[in-house]
Design a protein around this ligand. Structure first.
Ligand SMILES: C[S@@+](CC[C@H](N)C(=O)[O-])C[C@H]1O[C@@H](n2cnc3c(N)ncnc32)[C@H](O)[C@@H]1O
Length: 363
């Protein structure tokens, strides 16, 4: 079992900050170069794809840089104020990177074939598709086998980091401060008795972060994909602390008792759900949350509060297969939360993500 080294104890703050900024810059350049190269190759293979994305103006690019710089600063500050250890800033699945990065390129040819044939619901014949909601059986982001193969699970984290120019983890970490604050309200419950659920935990990146920030709480994760849960189990077994309990389940029908959890998080799920499923997941979170418990949702920015990035939001579903994204960008999640019974809704934006922090009323 690997224990997390405590960088804070032996490296001066200025050096750690410099190392963090360099690390982020490296990921940014890597993501940018990768996407540029892969777009050029795709346009050579499928010339009709040329011009599918509208170019971003220099002002928009500048704004994106500013948002990322602000995100990094908040990320750094939260580590400094002890929301999580500074070592979390450098947590990266390196062995997976070296092992699976070539596969990202090898998979391109298969993606081109599906794009050309407009096949967005194609799965290997060995994959059992029974029991999943129809909306889920998609090659989201043109991923080979959607969420239903081990290879897809092996490539996922890498692909998300590339997509967000290395800022995906920094955006996930923005759920930690409000989640911690929410749990602190339960003054008569010990950390060990606290229960936190991550809905649509995927490969477990968010759970890994929650474990670093809240070493003693009991962690739970659900996801529809058995392959992603297997990967999550593998990655979460590498870190110290009690192993989170993972279950294969639909967020629309959470397999837990009413009023069970003190906190719930959900990261990058809502844009991949049709509107009615979004509502259903919110209702279920409300049901299984204790009165006074906190729900933190993180997903893409939306048009209402980031109109200046609308072109980017239009480009995303044009470049990647994201059938529910357009509807998501104008969906009023706040209204949905209120309809379910949630109160005190706070909205934040960090980087390319939006956050809803809300709680279930006590009485
Ligand atoms: C974009 S990924 C996000 C994964 C992870 N939360 C993260 O931060 O990377 C979406 C995840 O949602 C899961 N998912 C989609 N619809 C679901 C549903 N109705 N119930 C549970 N999981 C679902 C997928 O299997 C996938 O793991």
């Amino acid at each position: 079992m690997q224990s997390t080294p405590n960088i804070d104890q032996f490296v001066p703050e200025s050096l750690t900050k410099f190392a963090y900024q360099t690390f982020q810059e490296g990921k940014k350049v890597f993501g940018f170069v990768h996407k540029n190269l892969s777009n050029q190759l795709t346009e050579m293979a499928i010339p009709e794809r040329k011009g599918i994305a509208k170019p971003l103006t220099p002002e928009t690019l500048n704004l994106l840089q500013q948002r990322l710089a602000k995100l990094e600063e908040t990320d750094w500050q939260d580590a400094q104020t002890g929301v999580y250890p500074a070592s979390l800033l450098f947590d990266n699945p390196w062995s997976d990177f070296f092992r699976y990065y070539p596969e990202v390129w090898l998979d391109l040819a298969k993606i081109w074939q599906r794009v050309q044939k407009k096949e967005y619901q194609k799965f290997d014949t060995t994959i059992d598709k029974e029991g999943y909601p129809n909306y889920y059986l998609q090659n989201f982001h043109y991923q080979t086998d959607g969420y239903l193969s081990d290879m897809s699970a092996n490539l996922y984290d890498l692909q998300v980091e590339i997509l967000f120019n290395g800022s995906a983890d920094a955006m996930r970490r923005r759920i930690l401060a409000p989640l911690k604050q929410g749990l602190a309200k339960f003054t008569d419950v010990s950390a060990k008795q606290m229960r936190v659920l991550d809905v649509a935990c995927g490969t477990g990146r968010t759970l890994r972060m929650i474990r670093a920030s809240l070493p003693k709480v009991s962690l739970f994760g659900i996801d529809l994909s058995p392959a992603y849960l297997r990967k999550a189990n593998q990655l979460l077994s590498e870190i110290s602390g009690e192993l989170p309990q993972l279950l294969q389940a639909n967020g629309e029908e959470l397999p837990y008792l009413d009023n069970y959890f003190h906190g719930i998080s959900s990261v990058f799920l809502f844009h991949e759900l049709p509107a009615n499923a979004r509502q259903q997941v919110i209702e279920e979170c409300f049901r299984v949350l204790q009165p006074g418990g906190t729900l933190v949702i993180c997903d893409s920015i939306q048009v209402t509060d980031s109109p200046e990035l609308q072109t980017m939001m239009e480009n995303f579903p044009a470049i990647y297969h994201e059938p529910y994204y357009r509807n998501y960008t104008t969906d009023n999640i706040g209204d949905r939360l209120e309809k379910a019974g949630f109160v005190d809704i706070d909205i934040q934006n960090h980087g390319f993500s939006k956050y809803w922090i809300t709680c279930k009323p006590v009485a």
